[in-house]
Design a protein around this ligand. Structure first.
Ligand code: XLS
Ligand code: MG
Length: 346
């Protein structure tokens, strides 16, 4: 049942973007990250999600000391602005050493690079006051399945988790599954895969999941069921709410913009589990439409937050007694009508 949680919201600075897509360049001027952070509180967000190089731009060219000094500056900036760093994610998909993946690359030196960069991300996370690393395993997969030994790849992923847990005794690892893109097929496509790795690791209490709505939809799954699965294991550390219109490229549409009822059900599952009662964030990962004019474009973020809160109200005002009665009577036609009319406001 709902415990009337006051939700906390987060997003990453990459959500305020310039509109480039694989077929065309930027259409809006870049907005510097420092200026983006100043927008968070006024938009109703307090959590910031980072990639390692969002915290420390150009980190490849810097020494460890310089990296830690920059991280300390970012921590001060966050404290001054009343912002909370939710997580840091190693960006293991840009560098030439990650062309064929990092942890599962066939090249030993690529794998070593990936692990070093990941450990450095853990140090950066700790330095800015975050206890979590997100692993979106972008290129840990293949374009043709014969390219890698999949069994070995899973073993390598597990070894990586254990090395991370060992590197810092408090860090939590939140795995963000996605079934494809940029690879044809990824090795950790669903939360079930992620949590199996968690339980196989040396400390499963520190290995959890982050579920993105669009990623679940790309796997042909209902995001609310993916969330429920993680919640049943008390392993839903965060969410990336957004939307996706069918099995296409990753769209990161506004939450509820393509599948309103699916969005309602995500809210319902989160509310019923009391998600957020321990400070977990409602993270958004939404992309502004390329057609949008002006800069910086932030309306997709405020609107998605608003849609989420409207759906919370919809859930809280649903006649639960009627839901229970229809369930007991096995009258799902009436239950569907109740839900549809409630959502339609008639
Ligand atoms: C991609 C992911 C990514 C992670 C962090 O869809 O959302 O941005 O959250 O690497
Ligand atoms: Mg995401």
């Amino acid at each position: 049942m709902s415990k009337s949680i006051d939700y906390r919201f987060s997003f990453g600075p990459w959500n305020i973007s310039e509109g480039a897509d694989p077929f065309g360049p930027d259409v809006r001027p870049a907005h510097p990250h420092e200026e983006k952070y100043a927008l968070y509180r006024q938009m109703g967000f307090e959590g910031v999600q980072f990639h390692d190089d969002d915290v420390v731009p150009g980190l490849e060219a810097l020494t460890s000391e310089q990296i830690m000094a920059k991280a300390a500056e970012v921590k001060t900036m966050l404290d001054n602005q009343g912002l909370v760093p939710e997580f840091v994610a190693p960006r293991l998909w840009f560098d030439a050493r990650t062309i064929d993946g990092g942890y599962t690359s066939n090249s030993a030196s690529d794998r070593a690079y990936a692990l070093d960069r990941t450990k450095q991300s853990i140090d950066i996370a700790r330095a800015i006051g975050s206890k979590a690393i997100v692993l979106w395993l972008a290129r840990e997969g293949t374009y043709i399945r014969e390219a890698k030994d999949a069994k070995l790849a899973y073993e390598r992923l597990l070894e990586t988790l254990n090395a991370m847990l060992d590197h810092d005794k408090e860090i939590e690892i939140w795995i963000e599954p996605k079934p494809n893109e940029p690879t044809d097929q990824a090795y950790v496509p669903t939360i079930g895969h992620a949590l199996t790795l968690s339980y196989a690791s040396n400390d499963h209490t520190r290995v959890k999941g982050l579920i993105e709505s669009a990623h679940a939809l790309l796997a042909g799954l209902d995001p609310s069921d993916e969330m429920a699965f993680a919640l049943a294991h008390d392993k839903l550390a965060s969410v990336h709410l957004n939307d996706q219109n069918g099995l296409k490229y990753d769209q990161d549409k506004n939450f509820g913009g393509a599948n309103l009822r699916t969005a309602f059900n995500q809210v319902r599952v989160l509310e019923e589990a009391g998600y957020g009662s321990r400070g977990e964030f409602i993270g958004l990962d939404v992309k502004a439409m390329r057609t949008q004019k002006g800069t910086p474009v932030t309306t997709h973020l405020s609107n998605s937050r608003k849609f989420f809160l409207h759906l919370v109200e919809k859930y809280r005002s649903l006649n639960q007694e009627q839901v229970a009665n229809y369930r007991d009577a096995r009258d799902y036609e009436s239950l569907e009508c109740l839900i549809m009319e409630h959502l339609l406001g008639v």
